[in-house]
Design a protein around this ligand. Structure first.
Ligand code: NAD
Ligand code: UDP
Length: 336
């Protein structure tokens, strides 16, 4: 394969929710992008609009297996890993191997190519934190043998590998510890709270709160997150260590549900379900480092992001309703 102009970038996991937005931003920035994805939780439809894009290539491959023949890269983003608890727990061994074997394969490629490497790590490395908010210097409180461990410990092992490549081989590495991110292109069956609650509200089914709803999260809109990832990769020099990327606006799950109920006007019932094992009680990023090093802080307010996500899911979950409301809007405009 020949270079197609701009930086040659690999996005592993690019058919997923965040990855597909990242690819869009990279192409807009003039890069040539190769996506490698096994379509475990990602979808070809997230990339359909790029079918005729000459600066885009797609390889269906699993990172646990040896890599297919690929061109040389300048930049490698590793976003490959199911991110929603029900999905990453469905095949926990594969989840762990994706983070450990997969990250190792991509690091080897980065070393051979002299490429810069960025890992999508996670706030889950802090586990159920007993330090709040979470700074990068906090080592975390993770149950290493629980049902979340395949994801949390897999991502922690990946971070460990990454900094060994930096120390041992001088590989240029970056680690983003991503906090809960939401937005268009999440799957309706993703299982995470924002997509669940919105889809339940739009379809009129029961809205599920796990536990008493007092646990907190801090939700970041996807365009803000992608901006942070782009900045983190673009900086030529970076003081070592991971960088938290997330929105520090912390709220309870109960509060999130109340907002979605209000924004959708749903008549769904809200029901309580058992809290999953090891579910973190609270989570909020300290983003001082991202601000100091990257000049980054999120710009999209929760209400604005939820409205955009609800609008997108309205088309996904209720296409008939969306078409009807578009026609209604057209009728109103025609009548005016
Ligand atoms: P996602 O599930 O939509 O995307 C993950 C992508 O990786 C999918 O396209 C999936 O098919 C692919 N994939 C999984 N295992 C693979 C393998 N073995 N080989 C090749 N491809 C594989 O999830 P997302 O929300 O877009 O998350 C992207 C990345 O960001 C993940 O690494 C996740 O851990 C990290 N992250 C996300 C969040 C969040 O709130 N969305 C928070 C923290 C970290
Ligand atoms: N949650 C919930 N209802 C749902 C899905 C999730 O109350 O339908 C809760 C979940 O138990 C957790 C929080 O919402 O306390 C965030 O869950 P999510 O799976 O989105 O992310 P994570 O737990 O990985 O932060």
């Amino acid at each position: 394969m020949t270079r197609r102009g701009g930086l040659n970038v690999l996005v592993a996991g690019g058919a997923g929710f965040i990855g597909s937005h990242l690819i869009h931003a990279l192409l807009a920035d003039g890069a040539s992008v190769t996506c490698l994805d096994n379509l475990l939780t990602g979808r070809q439809s997230n990339l359909d609009h790029l079918r005729d894009e000459p600066r885009f290539d797609f390889f269906e491959a699993d990172l646990v297996d040896p890599l297919p023949r690929l061109p040389r890269f300048d930049r490698i983003f590793n976003l490959a890993c199911a991110a929603s608890p029900p999905h990453y727990q469905a095949n926990p061994v594969h989840t762990m191997m994706t983070s450990v074997l997969g990250t190792n394969r991509l690091l080897e490629r980065a070393r051979e190519d002299g490429a810069r490497f960025l890992q999508a790590s996670t706030s889950e490395v802090y586990g159920d934190p007993d330090v709040h908010p979470q700074r990068e210097s906090y080592w975390g409180n993770v149950n290493p043998i629980g049902p979340r461990a395949c994801y949390d410990e897999g991502k922690r092992a990946a971070e460990s590998l990454i900094f060994d490549f930096e120390r041992g081989h001088g590989t240029d590495v970056r680690v983003a510890r991503i906090f809960n991110t939401y937005g268009p292109r999440m799957r309706a069956d993703d299982g995470r709270v924002v997509s669940n609650v919105i889809c339940q509200a739009l379809s009129g089914s029961d809205i599920t709160i796990y536990g008493d709803g007092s646990q907190t999260r801090s939700f970041c809109y996807v365009s803000d997150l992608v901006d942070g990832l782009m900045r983190l990769m673009a900086r030529d020099t970076l003081p070592g260590g991971p960088v938290n990327l997330g929105n520090p606006n912390e709220l309870t799950v109960e509060d999130l549900v109340a907002r979605v109920v209000r924004l959708t006007g749903t008549t769904s019932r809200v029901v309580k379900r058992p809290l999953p094992v090891d579910d973190p009680r609270r989570r909020r990023p300290d983003i001082t480092r991202a601000y100091d090093v990257l000049g980054w802080s999120p710009a999209v307010a929760l209400e604005e992001g939820l409205e955009a996500t609800i609008a997108w899911f309205t088309n996904e979950v209720q296409p008939d309703l969306a078409i009807r409301s578009e026609r209604l809007k057209d009728d109103i405009i025609a009548a005016e």
